[in-house]
Ligand binder design. Structure first.
Ligand code: HEC
Length: 133
């Protein structure tokens, strides 16, 4: 009994500290709740995409080392609007851009994937019907 009464105050102190820690962590967690709006898309608003001004320059930099000239890779020449539009609207061009780098079908072959916002340009252009603009 004597032992119990000497232990008792300490025991209460621990419970008090424990309780404080619990309520502090609740405050910390509440501080982490996401109350602001999510950040805007990193690409911003993409509009007015043009074949000549946006799409073709990207193809020339990333693709046309292989997909140009008389015998382009996969027989796919990406230097002219007609074949690019066909590959975007009916073929696999968009899917190829979106693959992870570990996938051998990812384009540009053996290169780095295009930046997200460059891929978004292709997607917006495709959603507008891949116009020759
Ligand atoms: C280093 C050369 C090389 C580069 C650069 C390259 N490609 Fe390719 N591409 C190939 C080869 C080889 C094939 C055929 C093998 C295959 O299907 O993966 C191919 C196939 C394709 C196909 C499939 C064609 C079909 O008819 O099935 C598409 C679409 C394509 N590439 C788009 C692109 C785009 C878009 C880029 C640029 C972002 C690009 N490629 C960059 C070599 C390349």
């Amino acid at each position: 009994m004597t032992e119990n009464t000497t232990k008792s105050p300490n025991f209460h102190a621990f419970r008090l500290i424990g309780g404080l820690l619990v309520s502090m962590s609740v405050v910390v967690f509440e501080g982490c709740t996401y109350e602001v709006a999510p950040p805007p898309l990193p690409c911003g608003d993409i509009s007015g995409v043009s074949f000549a001004g946006d799409v073709l320059p990207l193809l020339d930099v990333h693709c046309n080392g292989c997909h140009s000239g008389g015998s382009p890779s996969a027989g796919l020449n990406l230097e002219n609007h007609a074949s690019v539009a066909q590959s975007v609207l009916l073929g696999s061009l968009l899917e190829r851009l979106d693959l992870p780098q570990t996938n051998i079908l990812m384009m540009p072959q053996n290169g780095n994937p295009l930046p997200e916002c460059d891929i978004a340009l292709f997607e917006v252009w495709a959603s507008e019907g891949a116009p020759n603009n």
